[in-house]
Design a protein around this ligand. Sequence first.
Ligand code: NDP
Length: 312
Amino acid sequence: MTIPCLIVGSGPAGYTAAIYASRAGLQPVLLEGLQPGGQLTTTTEVDNFPGYPEGVDGNQLMADLRQQAERFGTDIRSGLAVRADLSHSPYRIWMDDDSELECQSLIIATGASAKYLGLPDEQKYRGQGVSACATCDGFFYRGRTVAVVGGGDTACEEASYLAGLAKKVYMIVRKPYLRATKAMQDRVKGMENIEILFEHNTLGLYGEDGVEGAHVVHRMGEADERRYDLPIDGFFLAIGHHPNSELFAEWIKTDSQGYIVTENGSPRTGVPGVFAAGDVADPTYRQGIVAAGAGAKAAIEAERYLAALRQA
Ligand code: NDP
């Protein structure tokens, strides 16, 4: 059976698209992907999503959105889309269990994923001291010493979260300043067990059965550098994200960073009936509420596209 509206991704964009599409009678199928609920499930308190005056736990917010999508009949399926053929309609998507789906319209809401530095040791110690999600893994570092790499809002958020659990948190920041907003900067600077290592880079990690430390370099100008070992138990990456657009990049336009390029601020891609919403197409705002709004727009566009198809 050809699915009228297939939604790939289960963050705020995907679920909001599903709410709108199911209420419009498009019988949407939503593929949850690798991380059901998306990036917000890796956050603790979300204070800036409208409608929650006291803030809301990220997992709870996503559970609420999922429930709302289900209430209107969205068919939510687990599994990962691994291949796509958007050369002609109906469009085809292959899943990781080799099953194949056909759809008339497609909403790409695959979000973005954490970036790594690219050090071989990150792979070596993945799950053994290396993490890109403090709220997922911070629990294991209670009373211990950890480092967070990055100087943006995410890094500050992760560092302050970890500071509530760990004995000591180092922030490894490559510039002589933080890029984070002032409020976040003030927060980390105000926490006694956070130490910011400015102009520092990580060269590698060491340890027998897990991370026991990082080889770091402190560069103070061209000729002045000091290399030393920083004993830590956990190494957290918080250096930004890259859009999960690879699957579709053969068929739709992406920019130099891989973000899907849409038409004039709409969710329309260059392929008729294929729409993109949320962080996968948003290099600028990358906020849950913005993604949710984009998901609503994508579903409205899908509805119009399918109506035009029926009339043709
Ligand atoms: P950002 O791109 O803002 O920051 C990335 C940080 O990582 C920068 O300090 C950057 O350094 C550093 N970095 C990047 N690559 C490397 C590398 N190879 N080695 C060492 N350091 C590196 O990403 P964020 O994820 O922090 O934030 C993304 C967006 O989401 C922002 O707009 C942010 O404001 C927003 N956000 C908002 C939150 C909130 O409002 N609660 C929470 C989290 C994010 P450099 O400065 O040198 O480039």
